[in-house]
Design a binder for this molecule. Structure first.
Ligand code: CO
Length: 293
């Protein structure tokens, strides 16, 4: 909650980004919204992909076995069913409204394969960096079913799903020690049914952005409205202690924020470390089969 003795200053939109179409895994069609170009500005977030199609040719290949080291993947399914299996022995079914939070740590090999032959497959995958001290931690995995994600309504026409972090006093499904996971991410899915404002406090040190996946919204700061249209990512300025978002009927957005790590980022595909030497070691370890033992 915003404290009453402090003036609420909503952040402004600093930049709007349109994702670009690409394919990943075995030909899965997706839009890469947050790319390597934004990793510094949006530290600790490394990537955001949005996939969505009702054509099985766009998703049927899924994501066969592939490795990760040094960060976390957060997959949020809006629609569809995906089976996850990894080398640490975890298996789970990811479906409508559920979240899979995987901490790759020192290394996993996993697959994410569709369990449907038709219908809509829609969702997001966010890559969240790990602090250098945690990059080689044991892999961990959490499957959060839709009904385990706390929801609240700040107004009858606004529904907020709190995946992680805290929103107006409501604690998210995922909360962890800040000592181990200093990125302290906020991850909200906000649905609007009317032209109404939603307000969220944000730590001014935390980098933040929103992504519009239905309809359009306005970000309001000191009376100035900035429209953010469908499929745009809006990077928010850090100045201000929160954000005010005016929805339109049917609008849906993700609002994501986190504490930057301010550490060097070295990435080679699915490996994200701090130095080039660590990347070389990651590739060597993977080739030597050390991720699966
Ligand atoms: Co993966």
């Amino acid at each position: 909650m915003s404290s009453n003795n402090k003036v609420f200053l909503g952040r402004r939109v600093e930049q709007q980004v349109m994702g670009h179409a690409t394919r990943d895994g075995d030909g899965v069609k997706l839009t890469r919204v947050l790319t390597q170009a934004h990793q510094r500005r949006l530290d600790p977030f490394l990537m955001l992909d949005n996939f969505g199609s009702d054509d099985p040719n766009d998703y049927g290949g899924g994501f066969p076995d592939h490795p990760h080291r040094g960060f976390e993947t957060v997959t949020y399914m809006i629609a569809g069913r995906m089976r996850h299996k990894d080398s640490a022995g975890h298996e789970g079914l990811l479906q409508n409204g559920g979240v899979q939070w995987m901490t790759a740590g020192r290394g996993v090999v996993h697959s994410e394969m569709p369990e449907q032959e038709e219908g809509v497959m829609e969702g997001f995958q966010l890559w969240l960096n790990l602090a250098s001290s945690q990059k080689m931690c044991s892999p961990a995995y959490e499957d959060i079913q839709s009904d385990a994600i706390p929801e609240y309504q700040p107004h009858e026409s606004i529904r907020v799903r709190v995946i992680s972090g805290e929103s107006n006093g409501v604690q998210g499904a995922v909360h962890r020690s800040i000592d181990l996971f200093p990125t302290n991410p906020l991850y909200l899915d906000i649905h609007f049914e009317a032209e109404r404002c939603f307000q969220q406090t944000l730590n001014p040190l935390h980098n933040a952005f929103l992504f519009v996946y239905r309809g359009h919204v306005n970000v309001i700061s000191e009376g100035i409205k900035t429209a953010v249209n469908l499929h745009r990512m809006a990077i928010l300025q850090n100045e201000g202690n929160g954000v005010v978002i005016e929805g339109s009927p049917g609008a849906k957005i993700l609002l994501i924020a986190g504490q930057p790590l301010n550490e060097p980022i070295a990435q080679h595909g699915p490996f994200v470390m701090n130095t080039r030497e660590e990347l070389i070691k990651a590739v060597d370890d993977f080739r030597a089969g050390l991720f699966t033992s």
